[in-house]
Design a protein around this ligand. Structure first.
Ligand SMILES: *Cc1c(COP(=O)(O)O)cnc(C)c1O
Length: 373
């Protein structure tokens, strides 16, 4: 009974321990295999995972990288995006989406978010296009696919590339197609807390374009065609063999984990129905994989403090929209993005991981009701 109460009273935002415990034997054996082979750099496990992840995303190619930001950046570089170019991207995301655009010397051109999905407001994209615009980088925020039909139409009309930031949406579908298969390039992050997470930093790029595949595969490894033959400028952005081995095991669980996340979301939404909070809207064209279950709440900061005293850890994704980040002060941005600014004060992410129990969800919802009563 005591341990049950402790369990109830300590609900982390993400519980990586329980996930590891459930698949420990398989994971440990995959790691041991790499240790015994000592092929720590670009071992066969990297190749195997890339093939399996490409298949999973329903694309032809995957290139493993050291993190998701590298996948975004090298994807942009492979498309030839550089200084003087502009890339349209949502203002409410993790900073990595815009930072990748800045890394290659281009300008992130921000668009406010849709009030229901929190994804890029596609009705505002065309107004942002200039003769310098080269690409649109939508983000499938919180695990929900952006409106890819509309983005695809605009991209076609103005001959722009599409780069998907799929770092929060492994396995999500838009009109039955997996994310990561819509743009010229897509980027995934395997940061430990993502729906598919490594035991450290890792990422991958997916594409159906063989040129981009070959270019980025070279670029992640010093531009080498073979050892010490450097065809073009490159970097060290490789995926570790150990991480690939771990990811390949976890990939076999991803669909069932995502299904659990969706079930938990359905329960949350039902239990929070008659409360003042705004629960997530699911675009009927998409299949949300709930990397995050984000509600909007009045008196958000007090609610967060209250839940913490009840042992419930919550997150805020994100407290400061990108255009207000000090790192971007140098752009001297005067434009306002009213939705993103409003939501940054209201959003709160409730614990959502596959192993969460019905009792835990019920407890969290009961405490939210207590707060507002
Ligand atoms: C996690 C994340 C990234 C960056 O991934 P890293 O692996 O941390 O480099 C990029 N974009 C979004 C939306 C993310 O959530």
């Amino acid at each position: 009974m005591v341990s049950f109460i402790n369990h109830m009273r300590n609900i982390p935002l993400v519980d990586l321990k329980v996930q590891y415990r459930n698949i420990q034997a398989e994971i440990d054996s995959s790691i041991r295999q790499v240790l015994n082979s000592t092929h720590f750099i670009l071992g066969q496990e990297v190749d195997a995972f890339e093939k399996n992840f490409a298949k999973y995303c329903e694309v032809l190619y995957c290139v493993g990288m050291d993190n998701g930001s590298s996948a975004l950046e090298l994807g942009l570089r492979a498309l030839g995006i550089k200084e003087g170019d502009e890339v349209i991207t949502p203002v409410n995301s993790f900073i990595a989406s815009s930072a990748a655009i800045s890394f290659v010397g281009a300008l992130p051109v921000w668009v406010d978010c849709n009030r229901e999905t929190y994804n890029i407001d596609v009705s505002q994209i065309e107004g942002k296009i200039t003769k310098r615009t080269k690409a649109i980088m939508p983000v499938h925020l919180y695990g929900q696919p952006a409106n890819m039909d509309e983005i695809g139409k605009i991209a076609k009309k103005y001959k722009l590339f599409v780069i998907e930031d799929a770092c929060q949406a492994h396995g999500a579908r838009y009109k039955k197609k997996r994310v990561g298969s819509f743009g010229e390039v897509a980027a995934f992050s395997f940061y430990p807390g993502k729906n598919l997470g490594a035991f450290g930093d890792a990422g991958a790029l997916t594409t159906n374009n063989i040129d981009i595949f070959q270019k980025t595969k070279g670029m992640r490894n010093y531009g080498q065609s073979k050892k010490y033959y450097h065809e073009y400028w490159g970097y060290n952005r490789r995926l570790d063999t150990i991480q690939a081995a771990i990811l390949d095991v976890k990939l076999t669980y991803l669909d069932q984990w995502n299904k659990k996340r969706r079930e938990h979301a359905r329960i949350y939404t039902k239990l929070l129905k008659n409360t003042p909070v705004v629960t997530p809207f699911e675009d009927p064209d998409g299949e949300h994989v709930y990397h995050l279950y984000v509600i909007r709440a009045k008196r958000r900061n007090q609610l967060r403090e209250f839940l913490l005293t009840k042992g419930i850890e919550v997150g805020i994704h994100y407290p400061i929209p990108i255009h207000f980040q000090k790192a971007y002060n140098y752009l001297k941005m005067r434009e306002h993005f009213p939705n993103a600014e409003e939501f940054s004060k209201e959003v709160i992410s409730l614990p959502i991981y596959p192993e969460l129990t019905l009792q835990q969800i019920t407890y969290i919802c009961d405490e939210i009701k207590t707060f507002y009563s």
